[in-house]
Design a protein around this ligand. Structure first.
Ligand SMILES: Cc1cc2nc3c(=O)[nH]c(=O)nc-3n(C[C@H](O)[C@H](O)[C@H](O)COP(=O)(O)OP(=O)(O)OC[C@H]3O[C@@H](n4cnc5c(N)ncnc54)[C@H](O)[C@@H]3O)c2cc1C
Length: 414
C-alpha cells in the first residue's frame, strides 16, 4: 500500500517512521530541503505538563492588553482577513473553563504516549538526540503567578502527573551553576527535553535507509481528486498517486487543503529563538519564565532561548523588538546567565500551526475517505510528533487507535 505524506516537519517525519514500520511504501514531499521548518528551532520541550490548551480563560483579555506592547510575548496582528476573523471567533468561543476541563485528559493521554515513544526511539540504533528526562521548571516572581501555578500543579497531581512545588532555595539546589532570583518554581518532573535539530536529521537518515522516497525542494501544487477520494498530488512535472494521503504541512495546511476544496481553521503563530553555543554557564533543567512567557532549554552544549506568539499571516520579517523582549526578561529570573542581543541573522523563527481550540487535528476529514490530517499542534508539535505519527499509522492501517482520538477530529468545526 502506498502513502504520500505532504510536509516533512516533525509530524510528517514521525508519520513516515510509523507508517514504514507498518510496511507502507512512502513518498514524503516537502517544498524545502528539510533543513529548516518550525520543527527545527523550537525549544525541544516534551510537555505532558501542558494539559491546558492555548484557548484558555483569561488569554483573550491578556492578549488584548499585550497587543499594545511591542516587546510582549503574545500578539494578534489586527487584520480584516476572513481566515483570521473566523479563527478568532472560534478561539474566543473555546477559551472557557469547560473546554479546558474536557481537553485536559485528551492532551495528557497523547502527551504521555508521545513521551513513551520518544523514550523508545532514543534507544534505537542510529538515534541519539540528547533526550533527557529531567522535567521542566516553571519559574515565577510574583505572588499572583505563584498562586496560579501552585493551583495548576495541584490539578496536574490529581491527573497523575509527577510534579513538585519548590521554594526558591529548593529550586536553586537543582541549578548549581546559575543564580536564580525567583519566588519559587514548579518542577514538572513528568516532562523531558531533546535537541530537535539532531532528532529531525536522524529521522531523515533512518527513513532513507528504510527506503522512504524523499521528494524535496518543490511544493505540492495540485491535489487531484475523484468523488470521495484523493487520487494523486502534483509536484513539479510529476504526478504521484497513493492509497492514503497524509496532510502534515504545518501552518500551510489551509492553503494546501484549499486545493482540494477544503477549509481548515488554522493560523500561524510565529515564534523566535536563538541559540548560544558553548554557553559560559549551563542550565541543568529547561526553564519557563512564567510572567515573561520565555523558555530556555539546554541542548547538549548549546543553550536555546525562545518565545513570543504572533498570530498573523506567514511573513519573513524579524521583529527585533520581540527578540529584545526575550533577552531583557532573562536577567530578572536568572541573573547568573549571560545573554546578549543576538545579531538578526542568528535569530530563528518558525510558525506554530495553531487550531482555534488548541487541540491538534488528527484523523480522517469528512469529505475524502483517504485523506488523513496530521497537524495543528501549536506549541506542542514537537512533543506530540511521535504519538501523532503512531496514531496516523494505526488509522491508515485500519487498526483501533491506542488512545481515543475523538477530541482531535479534523471536522469538528465543519
Ligand atoms: C519558538 C518556538 C518554540 C517551540 N517550542 C516547542 C517545544 O518546546 N515543544 C514543543 O512540543 N513544541 C514547540 N514548538 C512548536 C513546534 O515547533 C511545532 O508545533 C511543530 O514544529 C509543528 O510541526 P509540523 O510538522 O506540524 O510543521 P512544520 O515543522 O512547519 O512542517 C511543515 C512542513 O510542510 C512543508 N510544506 C508547506 N507547504 C508545502 C507544500 N505546498 N508542499 C510541500 N511541503 C509543504 C513545509 O516546508 C514544512 O517543512 C515551538 C515553536 C516555536 C515557534
Amino acid at each position: 500500500m502506498k502513502a504520500v505524506i505532504i510536509g516533512g516537519g516533525i509530524i510528517g517525519l514521525s508519520s513516515a517512521y510509523y507508517l514504514s514500520k507498518e510496511g507502507w511504501d512512502i513518498t514524503l514531499i516537502d517544498k524545502t530541503d528539510l533543513t529548516d521548518s518550525c520543527s527545527y528551532g523550537n525549544l525541544g520541550m516534551i510537555v505532558p505538563s501542558h494539559f491546558v490548551p492555548l484557548a484558555a480563560p483569561g488569554i483573550v483579555a491578556q492578549g488584548i492588553r499585550w497587543m499594545f506592547n511591542s516587546k510582549s510575548p503574545f500578539y494578534v496582528k489586527p487584520s480584516l482577513s476572513g481566515q483570521l476573523i473566523n479563527w478568532g471567533l472560534k478561539f474566543i468561543k473555546s477559551a472557557n473553563e469547560g473546554h479546558v476541563k474536557k481537553s485536559g485528559p485528551h492532551l495528557t493521554a497523547i502527551n504521555l504516549l508521545s513521551k513513551q515513544l520518544y523514550e523508545d526511539l532514543s534507544k534505537q540504533p542510529g538515534f541519539d538526540f540528547s533526550f533527557e528526562k529531567k522535567g521542566i521548571m516553571m519559574y515565577y516572581k510574583t505572588e499572583k503567578v505563584a498562586e496560579e501555578e501552585t493551583h495548576m500543579a495541584e490539578t496536574a497531581k490529581n491527573m497523575g502527573l509527577d510534579v513538585e512545588v519548590l521554594n526558591a532555595a529548593e529550586a536553586q539546589a537543582l541549578e548549581p551553576e546559575v543564580d536564580l532570583n525567583v519566588l519559587g518554581a514548579v518542577h514538572y518532573r513528568c516532562d523531558a527535553h531533546l535537541y530537535p535539530n539532531k532528532l529531525n536529521q536522524q529521522l531523515i537518515d533512518d527513513l532513507k535507509t528504510k527506503g522512504v522516497r524523499f521528494l524535496t525542494g518543490q511544493p505540492v501544487t495540485q491535489i487531484v481528486k475523484k468523488y470521495n477520494k484523493i487520487i494523486a498530488v502534483n509536484v513539479g512535472n510529476e504526478q504521484i498517486d497513493a492509497d492514503v494521503f497524509v496532510m502534515a504541512a504545518g501552518s500551510w495546511m489551509p492553503a494546501l487543503l484549499q486545493m482540494a476544496g477544503l477549509q481548515l481553521p488554522l493560523m500561524p503563530g510565529k515564534g523566535y529563538s536563538f541559540t548560544q553555543d558553548h554557553p559560559a554557564k549551563q542550565l541543568q533543567i529547561p526553564a519557563i519564565l512564567c510572567e515573561a512567557r520565555v523558555a530556555i532549554t539546554p541542548m547538549s552544549n548549546h543553550l536555546r532561548f525562545g518565545g513570543t506568539m504572533e498570530i498573523g499571516p506567514i511573513n519573513d520579517k524579524i521583529n527585533m523588538n520581540r527578540v529584545r523582549g526575550i533577552v531583557e526578561s532573562v536577567p530578572a529570573y536568572l541573573p547568573g546567565l549571560e545573554v546578549a542581543m543576538p545579531e538578526e541573522k542568528k535569530v530563528w523563527y518558525g510558525f506554530r500551526p495553531c487550531s482555534p481550540d488548541g487541540l491538534p487535528y488528527i484523523g480522517y476529514g469528512a469529505k475524502y475517505d483517504n485523506l488523513l490530517y496530521a497537524g495543528g499542534h501549536a506549541m506542542m508539535g514537537l512533543s506530540l510528533g511521535p504519538a501523532t505519527g503512531y496514531l496516523i499509522a494505526e488509522l491508515a492501517s485500519g487498526k483501533k487507535t491506542s488512545i481515543d482520538v475523538s477530541a482531535f477530529d479534523p471536522s469538528r468545526f465543519d
